[in-house]
Design a protein around this ligand. Sequence first.
Ligand code: RFL
Ligand code: PHB
Length: 391
Amino acid sequence: MKVQVAIIGAGPAGLLLGQLLHKAGVEAIIVEARSPDYVLGRIRAGVLEQVAVDLLDAAGVGARMHAEGLPHRGFSLLIDGARRRIDLHGLTGGKQVMVYGQTELTRDLMDARQNAGLPTVYEASKVSVHDFDTGHPRVRYEKDGAAHEIECDFIAGCDGFHGVCRASVPKSAITHFERVYPFGWLGLLSETPPVSDELLYVKHQRGFALCSMRSHTRSRYYLQCALSESVEQWSDERFWDELRRRLDAQTAASLVTGAAIEKSIAPLRSFVAEPLRFGRLFLAGDAAHIVPPTGAKGLNLAASDVRYLSRALIDFYAGSNEGIDRYSERCLKRIWKAERFSWSMTMLLHRFPETNAFDQKALEAELDYLVHSVAGQTTIAENYVGLPFTD
Ligand code: RFL
Ligand code: PHB
């Protein structure tokens, strides 16, 4: 078959790109390795910046998010027992974030795609990308034992960190920047009311914790854990006990516990690939970069890449190469700022088993400065709600 754009991956980046292209009359097919249920079963992000909210509106899929999502005007830090609120709204001239699960957003995009009758191949195996250094790229895959080939003008690599697109680029053409952290996040989802109206990021001697939510009746909690630990070692009871230990007495006393609906461990990593364009192949989202979740930036960065990529491709079909030529440079400017913020929040709030005592003290002083200075709080707030687009 022949199509203008072949999108690899039906995560938030691929689905959002497909919807924005469709709205502009550019045709695309999405090829996804997994089933829809598998994609929806991955419990991940919960916090959307205004940029992601605006893009979902532009894609025509924002209605349920506005009805069911929870706008948040601030969040709190609990630092060794002392609570400090970051007034996002007050410090940024009226900005806020939206708490709306990645699962819900993905479901909205999947439904819109299905209702519009747009082509998506789920459970494709042996997906491979070819000839993207020529004017005639191709995508090959197998489905139900039969081999298929797509001829296209462009390939959008939205296939996540372990995808095939970045891995298909010649090693000499790409540079990787990476930092791996010596711990993970153990996440638990439960049908219980959140312990706090707003998100609570916790720095404690026993390690980081986060109290988040999906709705007024569904909570998402995380605990910093060792990479050597497995989910099986964490009964629900052990999880709740450990969380209580990392909270202040008042918050711990009001924590409502219940059975876990989902529990998983995610390793923490910072990663950027440069550049993001290789001839007619473009990388977007987690395929191009990873941030540790501490800054709530991963999904938002994917949305920001897709904003640039959708415009670039739409402009190409309207006669301009400017967008595709500047795609990489434009994205990377924003990516590195989000990488910096996520790295900094991770360093400030986690317990590092091997940090030397001097570095530990310096980080504690930095955090103390940030939360007690209006300038410091503003820096956190501006980055958390999302930095403005410069072009
Ligand atoms: P995804 O979601 O990984 O989707 C990629 C898709 O590509 C498919 N795929 C392939 N398809 C075809 N052929 C192949 N060879 C393929 N290989 C892979 C995969 O099956 C998949 O469906 O990447 P995308 O679309 O770029 O989206 C990125 C986000 O998922 C990610 O950045 C966020 O979840 C990160 N994140 C958060 N981001 C935020 O903005 N705010 C948050 O609050 C937030 N919290 C989080 C997070 C990530 C977490 N984990 C688990 C790492 C919390 C956690 C715990
Ligand atoms: C989440 O609700 O899953 C979540 C919220 C904020 C983060 C990371 C994850 O920084």
